[in-house]
Each structure stands twice: as structure tokens, then as C-alpha cells.
Design a protein around this ligand. Structure first.
Ligand code: NAD
Length: 338
């Protein structure tokens, strides 16, 4: 028998909740629920959730979810009466994502995509909670020549032992784990395949293109495009992705669902917009493609539209302005006018 919500608000676990996307998930969920955020800060910082720490409906637990855990081991959860009320939903967003530190985090990434998935699914099983895995477009690998969009039924083309395999193949295993565990132990699971996402609270040192561009523009350095500038990518604003994740948790959908923007933009034009929005005099430089960078794919979002009524609504210019304002305003960045 599923545990019923016997109080007016659900208890919701957000694992990886101090991260870029996870902290926005917490912001949204806390409007109507009690949020238990778990993170070990491997690729994030407390500043992402600092504004929530004083909220009576928010509890933060510092824990590495690759290590088994039992919610009864945390006395602070008595406040949410977890023992009686249980947990109704589990969002698992925990995977190290910092591209600058990719090689240092290979082992932790493998554990996050295996043991951490098992441990978080166990929590969902114990409390008979709904479970959502934040997977990635990385499960598709590099798009094949002529492949226009990536649809959920496509099985992908992924190197299982290459420099990114702990993440790409890891996410594939994580998906397999979630589906198999869900079937065998009757846990209500869903999988979001998230495509390139941007917005406030992206770590400035994450090695992702937009924070790198903003930091470079703010400091008057060259913005480096790894390629010849003709490459395109898609950019989905974090508020849209969070809306998709919450919808996915609330709807019953079989199999993974793509969440991403279907609109391509040349990287060159993103660099130019960031130079404009930061009022910088930086220039753009081209360099060799990095070995761990994937070729961007474009999401086919028909399933999300039909099953969740979801599609991205935030225009790139608006999202980029918000992102730049956040990064320049709240981070330790020195603006050097040149
Ligand atoms: P992020 O690095 O900011 O967030 C991940 C969070 O998980 C971090 O706070 C990190 O400290 C935490 N974490 C990692 N391993 C952990 C562990 N063992 N125990 C506890 N906490 C742990 O990255 P993000 O961009 O917010 O990504 C969130 C999720 O979405 C990830 O699973 C990522 O793979 C997925 N995703 C993100 C994007 C994107 O463009 N941002 C695209 C595709 C998929």
C-alpha cells in the first residue's frame, strides 16, 4: 500500500539539490511542499541554496548518496515527521558535471550513475514514492551524419570506454537501473533526458560554454569557441527544464522523455550576445575541439508536448540576459573594462 500524504504538504527529496538545476527544482517545489535537499557539493556550492536554509519547509543534508543511507539516521528529519508521513517524491539529479574536473571525477561519476541510483531508488521503494532520474541527451552519443533530431526511441551511438563514458555510458546504465528496478520492485519511475540547459547559478568554473563566455567577457579576455564557429547547439533555460521535470513527476509517462530546446543557434551568435549583454570589448577566438566535448544533438520534443503539454517558452535573449545578470551580480567576478 502506498503511503498516503496525511499532512497538507508532501515531503519531497531532491538529491543533487544544491546543484545548478537541483537548486531551481528546490525553489519551485518549496512553494507547496516540504523539501529535503541532499548533496555532497562535489560540483556545487552552498551559495545555490543559501536563500533556502532559513525556510522552515527546507532541510539540507550533506551526504554522498553513493553511500547507502536511511532517512531515519538524520534526526533533523523529525521536523518533517518523515517517520510517519514518509516521502512522496524523489528527484535524483546527483551526478558530477564539472567539465574542467571531468577526469578527477571519473570514479565518483561512475558511482553516481550506479550506487547512488540504487541507493536513491531504495528510498523510493521503502516509502513507495514516485521517482525521477535526471538523465541526459548524452545517452544518445554524438549524432550520426544527417541525423537531425534525437527521438526517445533512438538507442544511441555511444563509446562505452571513451573519455566521457563514465558519464554517457553511466547515464545509460542509470536509465537501465531505474527501469529494471521500477519493474522488479514496483516503483513508479520516470526518466528525463535533459539537453543543454543554461541559467542563473551555473557554476562559473563548470567548464560549460556559457559560464566560460560570461567569465571571459566580464574579465575582458577572449571568448574561446572550440571549433570554427559554424557549430550550432540548443539552449534551454533552466526555468523551462524545471517546469518539465515537475510535470514529468506529476504525469504518468512510460519511458524516457526529452526535455530540451528544439532551436539551434550558432555558438558564434551566443558569444556575440554575451559580449553585448556584458558590454564587453572582448573578441572571439577559435580553437581545436576538446576531446571530451560531445557533438550537440537537437531534442525531438513531440513526446513532452503530447504527454506533458511541455515546450520551452523562454527566448534565448531573455534567458541569457538573466544568466549574465546573475553571474555578474552575485558571483565574485571582477569586471575589467578594456
Ligand atoms: P550540477 O553539477 O550543478 O548538479 C549536480 C549536483 O549533484 C551537484 O550539486 C553535486 O554536488 C551533486 N552530486 C553529485 N554526486 C553526488 C553524490 N554522490 N551525492 C550527493 N550529491 C551529489 O549539474 P546540473 O547541471 O545541475 O545537473 C543536474 C542533473 O541534470 C545531472 O544529473 C546532470 O547529469 C543532468 N543534466 C544536466 C544538463 C545541463 O545542461 N545542465 C544536461 C543534461 C543532463
Amino acid at each position: 500500500m502506498p503511503r498516503q500524504t496525511i499532512f497538507d504538504q508532501k515531503n519531497i527529496l531532491v538529491i543533487g539539490g544544491a546543484g545548478f538545476i537541483g537548486s531551481h527544482v528546490c525553489d519551485e517545489l518549496i512553494k507547496h511542499n516540504k523539501v529535503i535537499c541532499i548533496d555532497n557539493f562535489i560540483t556545487s556550492q552552498v551559495s545555490n541554496i543559501e536563500h533556502l536554509l532559513g525556510n522552515p519547509n527546507f532541510i539540507f543534508l550533506k551526504h554522498d548518496v553513493s553511500t547507502p543511507f536511511d532517512l531515519n539516521q538524520f534526526p533533523e528529519l523529525e521536523k518533517f515527521q518523515v517517520q510517519f508521513q514518509g516521502v512522496q517524491e524523489v528527484y535524483n539529479l546527483a551526478t558530477p558535471t564539472n567539465r574542467h574536473e571531468f577526469e578527477q571525477h571519473v570514479y565518483q561519476t561512475l558511482l553516481a550513475n550506479s550506487l547512488a541510483v540504487r541507493n536513491s531508488l531504495e528510498i523510493a521503494r521503502v516509502y513507495q514514492a514516485k521517482y525521477l532520474l535526471a538523465s541526459s541527451s548524452a545517452v544518445y552519443g554524438d549524432p550520426l551524419p544527417g541525423q537531425d533530431t534525437l527521438v526517445e526511441q533512438y538507442w544511441g551511438y555511444v563509446d562505452p570506454i571513451g573519455p566521457r563514458s563514465c558519464y554517457n555510458e553511466g547515464k545509460r546504465f542509470a536509465e537501465s537501473f531505474v527501469m529494471g528496478f521500477g519493474q522488479q520492485f514496483n516503483v513508479n519511475v520516470r526518466i528525463a533526458r535533459i539537453f543543454n540547459t543554461y541559467g542563473p547559478r551555473m557554476a562559473l568554473n563548470s567548464g560549460r560554454m556559457i559560464p566560460d563566455f560570461v567569465a571571459a567577457a566580464a574579465e575582458g579576455r577572449e571568448l574561446i569557441i572550440y571549433g570554427d564557429g559554424t557549430e550550432t547547439d540548443t539552449y534551454c533555460y533552466v526555468r523551462d527544464v524545471v517546469d518539465g521535470l515537475l510535470r514529468l513527476m506529476n504525469y504518468s509517462v512510460t519511458g524516457p522523455v526529452n526535455l530540451g530546446s528544439p532551436e539551434r543557434y550558432p555558438m558564434m551568435s551566443v558569444a556575440q550576445k554575451i559580449i553585448q549583454f556584458t558590454e564587453s570589448k572582448s573578441t572571439i577566438k577559435f580553437d581545436h575541439a576538446l576531446p571530451f566535448l560531445m557533438k550537440p544533438g537537437v531534442a525531438d520534443i513531440h513526446k513532452a508536448k503530447e504527454r506533458l503539454g511541455w515546450f520551452p517558452v523562454v527566448a534565448l535573449d531573455d534567458g541569457l540576459r538573466q544568466t549574465v545578470a546573475d553571474m555578474l551580480g552575485s558571483r565574485v567576478l571582477t569586471y575589467v573594462s578594456v
